[in-house]
Design a protein around this ligand. Structure first.
Ligand code: NDP
Ligand code: MG
Length: 381
């Protein structure tokens, strides 16, 4: 178990739950960073007495600086730099990456270069630059322990089973609009899209869960984390969200991880691994379940999942373009400037428009990311 961790995105859904786990387990939090929620950053600063706090938004950064004047706490600069300093803050054993979006990429690499354990929630980082991130982690001996519930499940199922994996069974609830036709989803509002049946999450990932882009991002995340090909991952729709994912081993044995849908569990495991500690989560009562069902995804009704699986096969910068375009499109949808079905259409258009690069460098990835965002802004606002 680790004894100190930085939390990037400490005010978000995963960030707040990570802070609660740290408080309960007595894990020190020397640095926290977020974007604009100054009120919560200040509360967290009271709780954890960190050495370092930062807010990326310039106005929030000024307010934070003012509020902490005269205190023995370093206030980081605004922008990405504030996150990057937190990511490599001296003395921390781990970094929880709980910011949303590709903004997590460079700070995650900084944490890896500093040899920290990465408790990885920020899936967009692996989606856009998985090969670069995994290579850096191997070179620096940095452990990457997944927080995403499916990947935590797979990680737990595979512990001690190196070389025995035949395929991954990646489960997903199917989101709030499972079975809806394109005509039915045309008028979906942001309020409807962020209401997930089983999980309470940040706005962006809730929309991704509704469009099934989230499962597509997780498909790519799993390829990188576990070093498998697209053909070695099967997506299964499992509306009850009890089996968080499973692995099929070479002899046909299937090992699954089950639990209540509560992110505090995978967060805690990423911090205590390879040990386990008692948790505050509800316990799973198998006898209370009406049943567990599994079905193949209807790819016609889940075009974002199909698109992501196609990007997974294409490799190169395709997933980086897709993920950045999706971030921009979801942002517009949440601001009511884009229709729900246009999320898929705009991401697909960005992929056709932006040049494919087979072996992208980090610079190429960052440029592809900007080009995709620019494309969405130009054509859809
Ligand atoms: P939220 O939107 O709830 O939180 C995002 C956090 O990142 C907030 O602290 C926010 O700060 C901060 N942030 C956003 N933009 C910036 C920026 N430019 N610079 C610095 N900080 C920034 O997201 P979630 O917690 O839901 O998700 C976080 C990540 O975890 C995502 O990658 C998601 O895919 C992944 N994940 C989430 C799950 C969940 O259950 N929520 C499950 C599995 C994975 P502020 O509050 O100040 O705006
Ligand atoms: Mg997940």
């Amino acid at each position: 178990m680790i004894h100190s961790t930085v939390i990037l995105g400490s005010t978000g859904s995963i960030g707040r739950q990570s802070a609660a786990v740290c408080e309960r387990l007595g894990i020190r939090v020397p640095a926290i960073a977020a974007n604009r929620n100054v009120e919560l950053l200040l509360k967290q600063a009271e709780t954890f007495r960190p050495d370092y706090v930062s807010a990326a938004d310039p106005q929030a950064n000024r307010e934070l600086r003012e509020a902490l004047r005269g205190r023995d706490i370093t206030v980081g600069p605004p922008g990405e730099e504030g996150l990057r300093i937190a990511a490599s803050w001296p003395g921390a054993e781990c970094v929880v990456t709980a910011v949303s979006g590709a903004i997590g990429l460079r700070p995650t690499l900084d944490a890896i270069y500093s040899g920290r354990r990465i408790a990885l929630a920020n899936k967009e980082t692996l989606v856009c630059a998985g090969s670069i991130v995994m290579r850096a982690a191997a070179e620096c001996g940095a452990e990457i322990v997944p927080v995403d519930s499916e990947h935590s499940a797979i990680f737990q199922c595979l512990t001690g089973r190196k070389g025995e994996l035949r395929r991954i069974l990646l489960t997903g609830s199917g989101g709030p609009f499972r079975g809806w036709t394109r005509e039915q989803t045309a008028s979906v509002t942001p309020e409807q899209a962020v209401r997930h049946p089983n999980w309470a999450m940040g706005a962006k990932i809730s929309v991704d869960s509704a469009t099934m882009m989230n499962k597509g991002l997780e498909f790519i995340e799993a390829m990188h984390l576990f070093g498998v090909t697209p053909d070695e991952i099967e997506v299964l729709i499992h509306p009850e969200s009890v089996v968080h994912s499973a692995v099929e081993l070479v002899d046909g044995t299937v090992i699954a991880q089950l639990g209540v849908p509560d992110m505090a569990l995978p967060i805690q495991y990423a911090l205590t691994w390879p040990e386990r500690e008692p948790s505050a989560s509800k316990r799973l009562d198998l006898t209370a379940l009406a049943g567990l069902s599994f079905m193949k995804p209807d790819m016609e009704k889940m075009p974002c999942l199909a698109l992501a699986m196609d990007c997974a096969r294409r490799g190169g910068n395709a997933a980086a373009v897709m993920s950045a375009a999706n971030e921009a499109a979801v942002g517009l949808f949440l601001g009511r400037r884009l229709g729900y079905n246009q999320i898929y259409e705009s991401v697909s258009a960005a992929l056709s428009h932006i040049d494919f690069i087979a072996e992208p460098s980090l610079e190429d990835i960052l440029e592809s990311d900007s080009a995709a965002r620019e494309f969405i802004k130009e054509h859809y606002t």
